[in-house]
Ligand binder design. Structure first.
Ligand code: FRU
Length: 326
C-alpha cells in the first residue's frame, strides 16, 4: 500500500515537473523584463548585403511581414551593407557587440563573411544564413534554394527549347562569382549542357547581378557575334539588361532570354510581356527565416539546411502558376 502511494506520488511529481518544463520551453521566453515590467522582446539582427535590387527589397519585406505576426515576441533590426563587404562585416560585429539574440545574414560574398559569422557563434549568438552561403559549417542553419539545380534546369530547358540537331550559340551573363549562387548557377548550367556540343557558350562575362552591367556586356557580345540564339543570365535584372541591349540593335526577336528570380512584378511580368522566355523562381526565404528563428529562440532543434523549392515560369505555364522543379 505504502509502496503504491509512494510510487503514485513520484509519478505525480514527474508529471508536474514535465508539464512545468513543457510550459517553460513551450513558447519562446525572453529572458528579462524592461524597466517598466514588460517582457523583453527577442532582438534579431538582419544583415542584408544590399537593397539596390528588387529581390532583396522583397526579402526584407517578407522578413518584416513574418516578424510582424509575432510582434509581441520579436523585434528585427535591419542593416543594409549597400553592397560593400567591409560594411557587412562591420554590421555583424555590431550585432555581436549589441548582444542580439539571433542574427540573420544574407551575405554578399562567401569567404569574407565566414569569420564574422563564426565569431557570432563563438559569442553564443545563433546565426541563420540566407540565400548565399558562407564557407564551412560554423552557423546554425542555412536556408535557400538549390542554385545548382536551377542552373541545371536552365540548361535542360534550353536544350529542349532548341531540339537537335539545332545548334545554339549562348551568351552566359554571370552573377558575382565570389558568391555561391553565381558559382552554382554556372556549374549547374555547364553540367547540363556538357554532353551536347551543339549547345555552345560563345561569350561569358560577370555582370555581378546588375542590369546595367549585363547590358554593357551584352553590347560587347552583340558587336562581336552576328549570331546569338540565347542568353542565360544568372538573374532577371541581368536578363532584362541583355534584352535591352539586343532591342537597341533590333536583335531581341532572334534571341531567347532566360533569367532567375521570378518575382511576380519583375521576372514573371517579363514572361507575360514576352520579354523573357523563361525565369526560375528563387524564393527569398524571408518567411522561413523568421519561422526558423522562432524555433531556435524556443530552443527547438532545427535542421542544418532548409532547401526551398523553385519553379519554372514560361508563357505556356505561367497562368497555371509555373512548374515545380523536382
Ligand atoms: C539580388 C540577387 C538576386 C539573386 C540573388 C542571389 O542581390 O542578385 O537577383 O537571385 O541575389 O544571391
Amino acid at each position: 500500500m505504502l509502496w503504491k502511494s509512494r510510487c503514485a506520488r513520484r509519478c505525480l511529481q514527474t508529471l508536474v515537473c514535465s508539464l512545468t518544463l513543457l510550459l517553460l520551453v513551450g513558447c519562446p521566453q525572453p529572458a528579462e523584463q524592461t524597466p517598466d515590467g514588460k517582457p523583453k522582446k527577442f532582438r534579431i539582427g538582419m544583415s542584408q548585403c544590399n537593397l539596390g535590387e528588387p529581390w532583396r527589397v522583397q526579402m526584407n519585406a517578407d522578413i518584416k511581414a513574418a516578424a510582424e505576426a509575432h510582434a509581441d515576441l520579436i523585434e528585427v533590426v535591419f542593416k543594409d551593407a549597400q553592397n560593400d563587404t567591409l560594411t557587412q562585416q562591420r554590421h555583424v560585429e555590431e550585432f555581436i557587440s549589441d548582444r542580439m539574440d539571433l542574427i540573420i545574414i544574407s551575405p554578399k560574398e562567401a569567404m569574407p563573411l565566414t569569420e564574422p559569422v563564426g565569431r557570432a557563434i563563438d559569442a553564443g549568438i545563433p546565426v541563420i544564413v540566407l540565400d548565399r552561403a558562407i564557407v564551412g559549417d560554423k552557423y546554425t542553419c542555412f536556408i535557400g534554394a538549390n542554385n545548382k539545380q536551377i542552373g541545371h534546369a536552365a540548361g535542360r530547358w534550353l536544350a529542349s527549347r532548341f531540339p537537335p540537331p539545332q545548334e545554339v550559340k549562348i551568351v552566359e551573363l554571370k552573377g558575382l562569382m565570389t558568391s555561391t549562387p553565381g558559382q552554382d548557377r554556372h556549374s549547374g548550367f555547364r553540367e547540363a549542357i556538357r554532353d551536347e556540343p551543339r549547345l555552345q557558350v560563345i561569350f561569358e562575362a560577370e555582370m555581378n547581378w546588375l542590369g546595367p552591367n549585363a547590358r554593357k556586356e551584352m553590347e560587347s557580345a552583340l558587336a562581336r557575334f552576328e549570331r546569338i540564339d540565347a542568353v542565360y543570365a544568372h538573374n532577371d535584372p541581368g536578363a532584362y539588361g541583355a534584352y535591352l541591349a539586343a532591342k537597341a540593335v533590333g536583335r531581341e526577336k532572334q534571341i531567347v532570354f532566360i533569367g532567375i528570380d521570378a518575382l511576380p512584378h519583375e521576372g514573371q511580368a517579363y514572361v507575360r510581356q514576352g520579354v523573357l522566355d523563361a525565369t526560375f523562381e528563387y524564393p527569398t526565404g524571408g518567411k522561413e527565416a523568421i519561422e526558423t528563428a522562432l524555433k531556435i529562440l524556443n530552443r527547438q532543434e532545427v535542421p542544418k539546411k532548409i532547401e526551398l523549392k523553385s519553379r519554372l515560369f514560361t508563357k505556356e505555364n505561367i497562368d497555371r502558376g509555373g512548374q515545380l522543379l523536382d
